[in-house]
Design a protein around this ligand. Structure first.
Ligand code: AGP
Length: 611
């Protein structure tokens, strides 16, 4: 997703802005740009397709620097990755520069009206209408009124930062849904789309309110609502230093984060266990928890897969129905308000636009909302009624690994806590559930060590030559097969279809041939396991190639496999968690042999902040 960084102060801005953009690189982008007030009577700028490093090198050849400037990393939504489409974008006289995150809906109409007024556009972006529209409005209105008129005409979810040559001592910030945060310091102030950009400079931050206009000088911040009324917004202290998240010797962040999972899970569960008023932090009373009749979960991508698995936890332990929704679908479905129900929003970043919009919709119905996220300073935490903050640490690789396993652990733990509150579980059983979690986390890690040599030396070289895979699971391992298929697709670009094993015979079995390996994930529910054995036999009866993730004692299934991983037995509800490390490591090694970038796959972003 796009990254915004801005500076106004008594130091030169270029160095900070480039460093800030580098901190936001993990979000994914395809081009970068910079602009500032310099000596000339128009705004200077450099824009490059490709990395921030490339932008930095281009800037070094120019004297483009000043005391107030903006930078941007673009993840293409409207228009290809090109220098012309990179931000900042300018008005006709290069006196206004704009960097933008989000989407401006219906921009084509505005663009056509401005072209009729003689404005000249050089890009395919929605963003470029902003400086030209602002230029047009400044012909008729003073600054503040022009800004009020500007936001009246712009629909969509957007945040932008504006430089205006007539006001060289200030940045103009506009926020509508897409997050924007200000860092306050002595004689200098910062703005970014993500606090990480300046977290080594100040921990004194102001999360700009939705639908707000801000004028930021080096020593002053003024915030208004879209009607121009002054807003008093308290600064917050975020005690979260920017962890200098280096790879610590690993070749990729993804491998580092695969190996961090056991620690992430243990740290998270220990952290949760120390929360004094758990239900209060979730925005609930103990009464509400006891009376709970339904739990809904909403998420996207990998987080949605975690929710699909968590459905089994909730229905087994809490003995109430759970409903899982895709955030991108939820908003367009009828909403049936149910008493004694809650909605849990699961999001690693806490910034996923689809999930945030779904949260806002549920809140509008007055139903309790809880955020389960890995970023405590995220929009989702601020907007939900309650939250649980996972302690997985920053997840940099676009492909989610430790966040996924920590989500599973968190939702397993929470389901048991709710069951305990509902007197469906004793505190001894709760302790056992936590211990089961730690055992599964241990197996998640140890299974990688057990198979590391076989995977890197034999299995990855063998499977890396295939161009398509089918992943099968059943019951609790079906949504896990969805996650496995997504992992392979998103980093290796190999086509991978996931399917319920029981459905194979209803059509997809036609796909079985020697070019398509079948990866089958077992379970520890005895009845379901017998069904999985039958599914494995169906595959073998058609000469399919079978790679199996099985558990100790499952000889019938193991004997059917062409290759198999055998894991120690765990709590049946924790089968996906136990298999996670091995699945991720297997997919990682295949991808590494293919020479893909791994941490920043093509077309993908770490946090999808546009719908
Ligand atoms: C998973 O590997 C992807 N990065 C993606 O599916 C991700 O899980 C999804 O975009 C949701 O992100 P969130 O958890 O930050 O909301």
């Amino acid at each position: 997703m796009c990254g915004i960084v801005g500076y106004v102060g008594n130091k030169k801005c270029r160095g900070f802005i480039i460093d800030g953009l580098k901190r936001l690189e993990y979000r994914g982008y395809d081009s970068a740009g910079f602009s500032c007030f310099a000596q000339s009577d128009y705004l200077e700028s450099v824009k490059e397709v490709g990395s921030v490093k490339k932008l930095e090198q281009s800037l070094e050849k120019k004297s483009c620097d000043g005391f107030c400037g903006i930078g941007h990393t673009r993840w293409a939504t409207h228009g290809v990755a090109s220098q012309a489409n990179a931000h900042p974008h300018f008005d006709c006289n290069r006196k206004i520069a704009v960097v933008h995150n989000g989407i401006i809906e219906g921009f084509e109409k505005i663009r056509n009206e401005l072209i009729k007024l003689g404005h000249n556009f050089v890009s395919q972006t929605d963003t470029e209408v902003v400086p030209h529209l602002f230029e047009e409005l400044l012909k008729e209105f003073e600054l503040k009124d022009a800004l009020k008129e500007l936001v009246k005409k712009l629909d969509g979810a957007y945040s932008f930062v504006i430089l205006n040559k007539d006001y060289e001592d200030r940045l103009i910030l506009v926020r509508k849904k897409s997050p924007l945060v200000v860092g306050l310091s002595e004689e200098e102030n910062f703005v970014a789309s993500d606090f990480l950009a300046f977290s080594d400079k100040t921990q004194n931050v102001v999360f700009l309110p939705d639908e707000s206009i801000t004028v930021l000088r080096k020593d002053k911040i003024e915030i208004f609502d879209f009607s121009g009324n002054k807003l008093n917004v308290e600064a917050q202290k975020i005690d979260h230093k920017f962890n200098d998240v280096s790879k610590q010797g690993f070749e990729h962040y993804m491998l580092k984060e695969i190996y961090e999972q056991k620690q992430a899970i243990n740290k998270t569960i220990s952290f949760f266990s120390l929360i004094e008023n758990l239900w209060g932090q979730l925005g609930l009373t103990t009464e509400q928890v006891k009376k709970l009749k339904k739990i809904n979960l909403i998420a996207a991508g990998t987080s949605w897969h975690a929710c699909r698995i968590a459905q089994f936890f909730i229905e087994k332990y809490c003995k109430i129905p759970a409903q899982i929704y895709l955030a991108s679908e939820f908003r367009y479905m009828p909403f049936f308000r149910q008493d004694d129900s809650i909605f849990i929003f699961v999001s690693q970043s806490g910034e996923t636009a689809d999930s945030l919009e779904a949260l806002r919709l549920v809140k509008s119905f007055g139903v309790p909302t809880i955020a389960l996220t890995n970023v405590v300073s995220s929009t989702m935490v601020r907007e939900a009624d309650g939250y649980l903050h996972m302690q997985a640490g920053p997840e940099i690789s676009v492909a989610s690994t430790k966040a996924f396993s920590t989500q599973l652990a968190s939702l397993f733990w929470l389901s048991n806590k709710i069951a305990e509150q509902k007197s469906l579980m004793t505190d001894v059983e709760m302790k056992k559930a936590e211990n089961d979690l730690f055992i599964a986390a241990e197996i998640l890690e140890s299974s990688i060590e057990n198979y590391k040599v076989k995977i890197t030396g034999q299995l990855a070289p063998f499977y890396s030559k295939y161009e398509k895979f089918i992943f099968l699971g059943r019951h609790i391992s079906y949504p896990f097969s969805m996650e496995a298929a997504l992992k392979l697709k998103e980093i290796s670009y190999i086509f991978a279809q996931c399917y319920p094993a029981g459905e194979l015979k209803h059509g997809p079995i036609a796909l079985i041939d020697e070019k398509t390996p079948i990866v089958l994930f077992s379970v520890l529910d005895e009845l379901i396991y017998q069904k999985i054995v039958s599914n494995a036999q169906e595959v073998k009866a058609r000469n399919g190639h079978l790679l199996v993730f099985a558990f100790e004692g499952q000889e019938e299934l193991i004997n059917l496999a062409d290759n198999c991983f055998i894991l120690p037995r765990v709590n049946p509800m924790l089968v996906p968690l136990a298999m996670t490390g091995l699945m991720q490591f297997f997919v990682y090694q295949i991808t590494k042999l293919l020479g893909c970038p791994i941490d920043k796959p093509r077309n993908l972003a770490k946090s999808v902040t546009v719908e």
